[in-house]
Ligand binder design. Structure first.
Ligand SMILES: Nc1ncnc2c1ncn2[C@@H]1O[C@H](COP(=O)(O)OP(=O)(O)OP(=O)(O)O)[C@@H](O)[C@H]1O
Ligand SMILES: C[C@@](O)(CCOP(=O)(O)O)CC(=O)O
Length: 457
């Protein structure tokens, strides 16, 4: 059976408040979906009569050497669909993309567990909105650049801006592959049930691909958009069989559809709890030379474990501050009441909490360089407050500002004259992204025509 082409996109994220805390179910995360999306198009590969192919080719045409070909086969003893990479590059190195490979394995295994489909050969194209990466070769953001820029480098050399490309990718591939192979009576991306299936399946695949169970806020916002998020218990994932082992596909279905013995996921996603008042916007700023500090999460959690009483006090204070920011934003959005001073003080409280967390754990969550940068931004008229998003560190800041051109222009002027303060930081640039409420969605295939490579028979 030849399927019709489908296209799906999923948004990137910014964790404005709740970094580290949201790893623990006691606390929530205030996460915004962004209008930078990862788009995935699935199309049939025309086959010659009599030639049997079991191949899925994946390309990410904005990057060099970004093509992966996979063979797939239904394993015995209910072990699900095994997905194996077929070709190697000229150096005989396998150029693996673990996120794509794992996601395909999970999605096809789930499909094989709920129906007996013929998985026909397909071509998958990945297109990332330009703000996900900034490369030295890339031209400055102008209105004339193509919608999907050629980044001119290999994927591993691209400088990520921290918008959660892997979570958006895993979510979009999962949703696109299920939409492509399953009949609409079994899967319809617009239904709540299908969204939940995508969420659970993408969380499982993303954790498997990254080799660790994070809080999952990035996958949650890729599926549902901006939300107040409480994580699932990590033990939910440890109960299922491993990919490729006997009974994997049945166990995956039980996990994804929340059937016994797995039961319900305890994730909480409150979409109505997150709002940005009219006239305000989030502004994401990338620090291009900003160094990454490995092992920050491990170090913070180790400190917390050694100092539980002190840590719990800091965590509760910070949570109260995070919560007050979410409530204040919502109250202002609903009442159209511009109590900007109250919002400003929420940011001050959050930053004070993060600073204490940084100092006590010895981890540069809001390092001195970022403190100086955020302070300078907060002094610009129209800037309400700023934070280090997510895990923090040297490479980004996020601001809440009045949505006026003068405010952005004044910040641009500040960044143009901003001197690099240490070897950890560099040039600051404003990303073109804005907050977006919408999560994963079906797209019109035609709009991508110009960027789709020809499918090889
Ligand atoms: N456009 C793309 N094409 C193909 N693979 C991609 C693309 N974008 C991301 N990936 C996959 O995701 C990986 C990056 O995932 P990683 O979790 O390190 O970054 P991220 O999700 O952007 O991180 P962060 O949470 O800091 O924003 C890449 O190595 C690649 O495997
Ligand atoms: C530190 C942590 O709470 C947030 C990490 O966020 P980001 O990847 O820096 O956006 C980890 C997590 O929630 O998985």
């Amino acid at each position: 059976m030849v399927h019709n082409a489908v296209a799906v996109s999923a948004p990137g994220k910014v964790l404005l408040a709740g970094g580290y805390l949201c790893l623990d179910r006691t606390y929530t995360a205030l996460v915004f979906g962004l209008d930078a999306r990862i788009h995935v198009v699935v199309r049939p590969i025309p086959t010659r009569r009599g030639v049997e192919l079991s191949e899925i080719e994946v390309t990410s045409p904005q990057f060099q050497e970004a093509a992966w070909n996979y063979g797939y086969r239904l394993g015995g003893s209910g072990s699900g669909m095994s997905v194996t990479q077929l070709r190697m590059d000229a150096d005989l190195h396998v150029n693996r993309n673990v996120f794509i490979e794992t996601t395909l394995g999970y999605a096809l295994s789930y499909i094989s567990a709920i129906t007996s489909p013929t998985i026909t050969p397909a071509s998958i194209t990945i297109l990332a909105d330009n703000d996900y990466y900034s490369t030295p070769a890339a031209p400055a953001a102008t209105s004339t650049q193509p919608r999907f820029r050629d980044f001119g480098v290999k994927l591993r050399k691209a400088h990520k801006t921290g918008l959660g490309s892997s979570a958006a990718l895993v979510t979009a591939i999962t949703a696109a592959v299920l939409s492509y192979y399953l009949p609409s009576k079994l899967f319809d991306l617009d239904s709540d049930r299908s969204k939940r299936i995508i969420h659970n399946l993408a969380q499982a695949a993303h954790c498997a691909a990254q080799g660790k169970v994070g809080s999952g806020f990035d996958v949650a916002s890729a599926v549902y958009g901006s939300c107040l998020y409480r994580r699932f218990s990590p033990t939910i994932l440890s109960k299922s069989a491993d990919p490729g082992t006997s009974g994997f596909s049945k166990s995956l279905r039980e996990l994804v559809e929340e059937l016994p013995p797995h039961g319900q996921w305890n994730t909480e996603i409150h979409r109505d709890a997150v709002k940005v008042p009219k006239g305000l916007r989030l502004l994401m700023c990338d620090v291009s030379g900003g160094s990454e500090t490995p092992g920050m999460v491990k170090k913070v959690l180790a400190w917390r474990q050694e100092n539980p009483a002190e840590a719990n006090e800091i965590w509760s204070d910070l949570h109260a501050a995070n919560d007050s920011l979410a409530k204040e934003l919502r109250a202002m959005a609903e009442a159209q009441d511009f109590g900007l001073e109250r919002l400003r003080s929420c940011f001050t409280r959050i930053r004070r909490g993060i600073k204490i967390m940084s100092e006590k754990s010895g981890v540069p969550i809001e390092p001195a360089e970022q403190t100086e940068l955020i302070n300078a931004c907060e002094a610009v008229p129209g800037v309400i407050g700023g934070v280090v998003p997510g895990a923090g560190g040297y490479d980004a800041i996020s601001l809440l500002i009045e949505d006026r051109e003068e405010t952005v222009a004044a910040l641009q002027k500040l960044f143009d004259g901003w001197n690099v303060k240490s070897e950890h930081s560099g040039k600051v640039s404003i990303l073109g992204v804005r907050q977006d409420m919408q999560g994963v969605r079906v797209e019109q295939v035609d709009q991508y025509q110009e960027w789709l490579p020809p499918t090889s028979p």
